[in-house]
Design a protein around this ligand. Structure first.
Ligand code: ATP
Ligand code: MG
Length: 763
């Protein structure tokens, strides 16, 4: 069989000139269209039988094609033990060795260059027909072993082997079997040629085309299995996933600029003029805000988020979270806000999908310039027409060099103190309210959007005493806030593993919140609490925007299902892992991280009665995987769902606002559980979640209680894992927090503000 006729091979591998195979990554450029069937049919026609000479004991393929055991050491020792070539040396005496070496040197003086130019197909045929291999002395056998060892370890060869669907995990086994085959069949001139080369790249390049012949003939099943797996995990050319959008000639308008420059405002003007429009938001909060704003202007607009569907009669417009955007409906105008989120390691895929798949004549994307180049490239792929509109800030952003000199007493009205942990936020609030006459509103990620909005309104309203805001990075996006000055309490944060400096792009985004158009202050100010941190702040603000080269992707359920078909016995979380290992992506994309999905799927592993699709959906429920209580409720929901009984909430809502931080944390958890119930009711059959209305009412009550609790909060913060919700004990059985959860929280407890980032850097 001639690999030059195998479609897909000829373009990835230069087999005709076996000495010049170009080094290139795994590429299947040549597999397009009908060629695919070529490999199959050819492989299927081969009369395949595993050679007896290949020992099976060193390798075993598990059901899913994973090599269970293929130690190279084992393979070497086996060869030494079964030396058959040797005719002279049987002992290891030094005189024998000397003779061996002399002989070896003499033989390598011969010119074997004619071997180098041999056609690999012919050579392979000859090898097959040879009855018995050349007789070699021990030293020669050892050199040959070294050559094959080098071949088995060659990254180049294993990479090239991917092109014939020899997977990386199977490659060592294939190389070992090839060595066994070669050892028994190798003619003298070939053996001597390889010995003269020794273990080097040239030898690898000589052997590789013969190896290809060997694999294609001997590993039909493995090749087919791996090929199917790779095919089903193919995430290349994602623009072709949306044929309807591709059939349209879309106009993309990139509103490009820093924060507070009017990007969203301008895009919304076009949206409101259109007959039918969709606004895709990064946050529920922002979707709600646009929903309110647009309806207030007399343009009927519905709201669609994972948790809520508010249909406004006669509306043609919708404000939704980006994950909920429909790629089925036709629109005149679409807005994708905060387009730079395409590069977000977790949620980026939702923006990528919206940009590639929305069926709208005009798509307005708003964001900073970091993804401008990649949007340009995507537009070339999709054939869409790109227009760029560049913006400048309405009000300048000025760094206040004085800082607060480490003293929160220097806080003024209109200040927003930014801290990067919940604990820090409450410590700062407590300190400010103790040291000064200011009252603080708080905003952080674990608060429901309604509460964040209530706190924002409280802060924006000049007629009350709440004139300072203490917030996490959740303030960086989406809220209209009358901030005069942004003060960074610190410039480092805990990333779930260790304390890291906050990335410059995030600092810019947050600092940019100061001095919004229409607010009372002439310009925006940014500074730090500590003088030590000021240089880093200035450094960050001076930095140009990131230049993103890859944006996120994640498979659809259908793609995962196709992949699962190749590995039927595999658990869902392993399946995801395997998908991550085997999926192929173009250079402009990365696979979004899915650790949180894996955590949920692990937890749900033992729940019976869930289909693959059910598991997939449950894994996307919005839940903090580090909150054992929220995870416990999700487990209960899934368990009832699996048993086909109506899923109930089994949770009460306190009547009063929180009196301490433990109760506040409990309210936060409760809201999250209710929110995930609502999300599930929207993503599954509503009949299975019959208490959605009740959950909605309860969630709204909890949000109000949270707002009231925050207004009076003057207690020391607790860690989420330290709390013991005594009051809730009787009503809700507690789960054992999982070890990984405990580990993370332990690290959280260790958290303390680093003295100075600059000093850390210097170190
Ligand atoms: N032409 C305008 N007339 C009146 N108000 C405007 C105008 N342009 C922008 N604004 C207001 O200025 C503020 C900032 O505008 P906008 O939210 O559009 O900025 P942005 O560039 O999208 O900022 P961000 O990066 O924070 O999303 C908003 O309150 C908006 O309503
Ligand atoms: Mg905006």
């Amino acid at each position: 069989m001639n690999p030059r006729f195998v479609p897909g091979l000829s373009q990835s591998l230069n087999l005709s000139g076996c000495r010049n195979i170009p080094m290139r990554p795994f590429s299947t450029d040549g597999e397009e269209g009908g060629e695919e069937t070529g490999l199959h049919s050819e492989l299927e026609n081969v009369d395949f039988e595993l050679g007896n000479e290949v020992s099976d004991d060193v390798y075993a393929l598990s059901e899913n094609g994973v090599v269970l055991d293929n130690g190279n050491d084992e393979c070497n020792s086996e060869i030494v033990d079964s030396v058959e070539f040797s005719n002279t040396s049987s002992s290891g005496s030094s005189s024998d060795n000397g003779r061996d070496n002399d002989e070896l040197e003499k033989k390598s003086e011969f010119d074997f260059r004619h071997v180098a130019s041999r056609d690999p197909i012919e050579l392979y045929s000859e090898l097959k027909s040879v009855e018995r291999g050349a007789k070699l002395i021990r030293a020669e056998v050892e050199v040959l072993q070294d050559v094959f060892h080098y071949f088995a370890k060659s990254g180049w060869a294993s990479n090239q082997a991917l092109a014939i669907y020899i997977g990386l995990s199977f490659y060592p086994t294939a190389a070992h079997k090839f060595q066994n085959f070669f050892r028994k069949k190798c003619p003298e001139d070939v053996a001597r040629y390889l010995i003269s080369l020794g273990p080097c790249d040239e030898a690898v390049r000589f052997l590789f085309p013969v190896f290809v012949e060997f694999c294609v003939e001997n590993f039909i099943d493995e090749i087919k299995r791996f090929r199917e797996m790779v095919k089903s995990a193919d995430l290349t050319k994602p623009h072709t996933w949306f044929p309807f959008a591709r059939a349209m000639k879309r106009k993309i308008i990139y509103h490009c600029g820093p924060t507070n420059s009017g990007k969203t405002y301008n895009a919304l003007q076009r949206y409101m003029e259109a007959k039918k429009g969709i606004y895709c938001s990064p946050l529920r909060l922002l979707a709600m805000e646009v929903f309110d704003k647009v309806n207030a202007k007399g343009v009927y607009c519905s709201l669609l988020t994972g948790q809520e569907k508010k249909y406004i009669p006669f509306s043609n417009h919708v404000a939704c979270t980006v994950e909920m955007a429909s790629t089925q409906e036709l629109y005149d105008v679409a807005i994708i806000d905060e387009i730079q989120m395409m590069a977000d390691p977790y949620r980026g895929y939702a923006w990528t999908r919206a940009l590639l798949g929305l069926k709208a004549d005009e798509i307005h994307v708003c964001g900073d310039p970091s993804v401008l180049d990649i949007v340009r490239k995507i537009c070339q792929d999709t054939g869409d027409e790109l227009h760029e509109k560049h913006y400048e800030r309405f009000k300048p952003l000025v760094v206040e060099a004085k800082t607060l000199l480490g003293n929160l007493e220097n806080i003024k009205s209109g200040d927003c103190v930014v801290a990067f942990s919940r604990k820090e936020i409450f410590e700062v609030k407590l300190a400010i309210e103790k040291l000064t006459n200011h009252k603080c509103c708080v905003i952080y990620g674990a608060l429901p959007p309604e509460t964040r909005r209530q706190q924002a309104n409280l802060f924006n309203d000049p007629s009350n005493e709440y004139d300072v805001l203490v917030a996490s990075d959740a303030v960086g996006m989406g809220l209209n806030l009358n901030i005069r000055r942004v003060i960074f309490n610190s410039l480092s944060k805990y990333n779930g593993d260790k304390i890291i400096p906050v990335p410059a792009s995030q600092i810019k985004q947050i600092a940019g919140r100061a001095g919004r158009r229409g607010c009372l202050y002439p310009d925006g100010l940014a500074t730090t609490l500590h003088l030590d941190d000021l240089d880093y702040l200035i450094e960050c603000l001076k930095q140009p925007f990131d230049h993103v080269t890859r944006v996120g992707l994640f498979p659809y359920y259908e793609q995962v299902e196709l992949f699962a078909g190749q590995l039927p016995e595999m658990t869902f979380s392993h399946l995801l892992e395997k998908f991550g290992e085997n999926c192929r992506l173009d250079g402009s994309y990365f696979l979004c991280q899915h650790d949180h999905i894996k955590k949920i799927s692990n937890m749900l592993e033992r729940i019976r009665g869930l289909s693959l699709e059910d598991r997939f959906n449950f894994c996307f429920a919005p839940i903090n995987v580090r909150d054992p209580k929220a995870m416990y409720h999700l487990l209960k929901f899934a368990s009832a769902f699996g048993q086909k009984i109506p899923v109930n909430i089994a949770m009460g809502v306190p009547k009063y606002s929180a009196r301490n931080d433990i109760e506040l944390l409990d309210l936060e958890s409760k809201h999250q559980v209710l929110s995930s119930y609502l999300w599930l009711s929207n993503h599954f059959d509503e009949e299975k979640f019959p208490y959605a209305k009740r959950a909605e009412a309860m969630a709204s009550d909890v949000a109000i209680l949270l707002g009231e609790s925050l207004n009076k909060a003057n207690w020391k913060p607790e860690s989420r894992n330290m709390r013991k919700p005594k009051a809730a004990k009787s009503e809700e059985p507690q789960t054992e927090p999982r070890s990984d959860v405990l580990e993370t929280e332990k690290k959280n407890l260790d958290y303390s503000r680093p003295q100075s980032l600059i000093k850390l850097y210097d170190k």
